[in-house]
Design a protein around this ligand. Structure first.
Ligand code: SF4
Ligand code: MSK
Length: 676
């Protein structure tokens, strides 16, 4: 008996992922197979051997006190009227699922907002001129955000209006921004940047955030055993904290990064593992905060470093990025994208990654184990994000000696070039991308020649060439086929004339698939969207940046409302949100602030409340009456896209612009007939 058990165990041990079933991307498939050939385990293999807990997946496992964990799976013969499931303390499935859900909001909001706080601290150093490395790069953006933080940009002198000193403004902006995390009174100031109707709605619902930290702390308090035991009231706090993230911490992170490092404008680059180069030093930058990576990009381009790399036998230095640090340095410098969240181990498996430098968020601990099989050095840089593996190197980054830190890291990668062992195998696949969009560049490209606003975009939505706007964002999740959901959802949307705004790993996935080029419009888009993209010269999928840059989507939607003709609030717009392959708590916080901002938001992969149908109904239906936006869930990518399109169509109908679209379709078929 014991023998059979052992044989079974051994068989389980050798269970490996099928590369083609694991990813739609050929480069990823090749590298999964390569890892298996070399005996290196990756997340794709662990997906086969490590099964998720079904009860945790349903959101109905509570471990908030030591009388638990209390596990309340949804019974097969579930009968809502007789649902007597209770934890030891009597907490119902709804209470447990709601507590777990808003704890995810707290985790996500904390991650985004703490990132924002770090940027604000560096901004303060720059404003105080304590560092030569960081300076105010984009004064126009500083002047644009200052009034929203209560900082005047002009002053009255002898009855005349004069511009204020830019250094004084920067200092006051830094103080006001940092104050947003912990002020004793008032409300998060950026909430007023939302359309007026939205702000008033938040006020009416009692969800205006007071300060960023407080809303996150209050979630932890309310979800402690024996505090808030009403899922509606719990969600009120979830909404408040999510607004504090989207319209607070994340928006401040985006704005202050733009002021310090420059507001992105469209540029050309490439995406996928094929951007790595065998004969160059490959330094892969991974994480989320651009504060260090900005300096690394600068240092790696200096003659001193390039000469040093040549001295060591390399042709130069190839930088590339993973996850949202990748998006940040792509948007501002055109540094190519190496891959998404699920490709971080695979970049090392190439055997050509001389160093991977990481900061915060989405960094798999297993990169240290994979790196031990190769020559790769893993460099952690953030005081709050270290790894237990002794093989990793910690170079703590400090803005006061940023250049020295960056030099040490770049040199370490160069010195490691000669230590490569075994065969290098870099997949060939890479695709061109046009990235670097933002509220300002969308306005520039779609705003028309004479009107510097969103008028032309609105006009194209009203006349039906553009059916609506899809915000498609979020992670990869190894429990579903890598990039399949992302790409199928986006392709179905653009095929049906829905323009897509993307961030995070969805943006990287779209880049790898060639969807971030203007040329992709005539291949993949419906006639109306193709016509707009071809006329204006933009891709049908606009890359707006990293996870914190979802705030750009909120502001773009606000600009659309302001431009007129499409209602008074974000909830009136023919628009929908999506995260087809989400996995992180940050995605839940983003989803919740989209919903609270009036956006119908569909998630794929798995939804963490299925064990509590009453609470889930609150999220999926009742929230719409309160906020004009609600959650939904659909695993199948095509049905997922169609839920969004149907919602967009219902909004078009409510606005009375559905007929215009019919005419456009007729024009196209006539044109086709003529061409035929
Ligand atoms: Fe169980 Fe209640 Fe404790 Fe949660 S808080 S673990 S439901 S006893
Ligand atoms: S990196 S949070 S896996 S999008 Fe922002 Fe990608 Fe999700 Fe991390």
């Amino acid at each position: 008996m014991a023998e059979v058990k052992e044989i079974k165990k051994a068989a389980k041990k050798v269970k490996k992922a099928d590369p083609v079933a694991a990813s739609i991307d050929v480069a990823t498939q090749q590298m999964i197979a390569r890892a298996q050939e070399l005996g290196v385990e990756t997340v794709f293999d662990r997906n086969i051997t490590l099964k998720p807990c079904n009860i945790g997946n349903q959101g109905t496992c509570c471990k908030n006190c030591s009388m638990g964990p209390c596990r309340l799976p949804l019974p097969k013969d579930y009968d809502e009227a007789n649902d007597n499931r209770k934890g030891m303390c009597g907490a119902t499935a709804n209470t447990i699922a709601a507590r777990n859900f808003i704890r995810m909001v707290a985790g996500g909001a904390a991650a985004h907002s703490d990132h924002g706080r770090s940027v604000a601290e560096v901004f303060m150093s720059a404003a105080r001129k304590e560092t030569d490395v960081y300076k105010i790069k984009d004064e126009a953006k500083l002047l644009q955000i200052a009034p929203a933080l209560g900082v005047a940009i002009t002053v009255e002198v002898d009855g005349e209006t004069q511009d204020r000193d830019i250094d004084e403004i920067a200092l006051e902006v830094a103080e006001a921004a940092l104050n947003e995390w912990g002020k004793a009174e008032g409300e998060v100031l950026y909430a007023k940047r939302a359309p007026e109707a939205r702000y008033e709605l938040w006020k009416k619902q009692g969800v205006l955030p007071r300060n960023i930290d407080r809303e996150i702390v209050e979630i932890m308090h309310r979800t402690h055993i024996g505090v808030d035991q009403d899922y509606r009231n719990l969600m009120k706090q979830g909404v408040r904290a999510a607004i504090a993230d989207g319209w607070g911490g994340s928006m401040l992170a985006t704005d202050l990064q733009d002021v310090l490092f420059g507001t992105p404008y469209p540029l050309v680059s490439e995406a996928n593992l094929g951007v790595m180069k065998e004969d160059m030093v490959n330094l892969v930058i991974h994480g989320h905060e651009p504060v260090l990576s900005e300096v690394i990009v600068e240092v790696a381009q200096t003659k001193e470093m390039i000469d040093y790399a040549k001295e060591k036998g390399a042709k130069g230095i190839q930088l590339s990025g993973i996850c949202c640090t990748a998006n940040e340095i792509l948007q501002r410098h055109g540094v190519p994208l190496c891959g998404t969240f699920l490709q971080q181990e695979l970049a090392i498996v190439t055997g050509a990654c001389d160093a991977m430098v990481v900061d915060i968020q989405c960094i798999m601990q297993n990169i240290a184990a994979v790196a031990e099989c190769f020559h790769t050095k893993i460099v952690t840089t953030h005081p709050i994000a270290r790894m237990e593996q002794q093989s990793t190197i910690h170079i703590e980054f400090d803005e006061h000696h940023a250049v020295e830190d960056a030099k040490r890291i770049v040199k370490l990668a160069i010195d490691n070039f000669a230590n490569r062992k075994g065969e290098v195998m870099i997949p060939k696949q890479k695709a061109p991308v046009v990235a670097g969009f933002g509220v300002e560049s969308v306005e520039y490209h779609l705003g028309g020649t004479f009107r510097g606003n969103y008028y032309t975009l609105n006009d194209n939505i009203i006349n039906g060439r553009i059916r609506g706007i899809g915000g498609v964002v979020g992670c990869n999740n190894a429990r579903v086929r890598h990039n399949e959901g992302h790409i199928e959802v986006v392709k179905e949307l653009i095929k049906n004339d829905v323009i897509v705004l993307t961030t995070g790993c969805n943006a990287i996935a779209c880049g790898m698939e060639g969807l971030l080029t203007p040329e992709s419009a005539k291949v993949f888009c419906g006639p109306g969207l193709a016509e707009v993209c071809e006329t204006v010269g933009i891709p049908p999928v606009l890359h707006l940046g990293s996870c914190v840059d979802n705030s750009r989507i909120l502001l773009a939607a606000t600009e659309v409302v302001k431009a007129g003709g499409l209602g008074n609030d974000i909830s009136d717009l023919p628009a929908a949100g999506s995260a087809p392959e989400w996995m992180s708590e940050k995605a839940i916080s983003i989803g919740q602030y989209f919903v609270a901002s009036g956006v119908y938001t569909v998630f794929g992969a798995v939804f963490p409340t299925e064990g509590a149908p009453v609470f889930q109904r609150f999220l999926f239906e009742e929230m719409e009456q309160m906020y004009g936006g609600m959650w939904d869930f659909e695993k199948d990518p095509i049905k997922h896209a169609w839920k969004m399109i149907n919602h967009i169509d219902s909004k078009r109908q409510a606005l009375g612009i559905d007929k215009a679209r019919d005419r456009v379709m007729m024009d196209f078929s006539m044109r086709q007939a003529l061409e035929g």
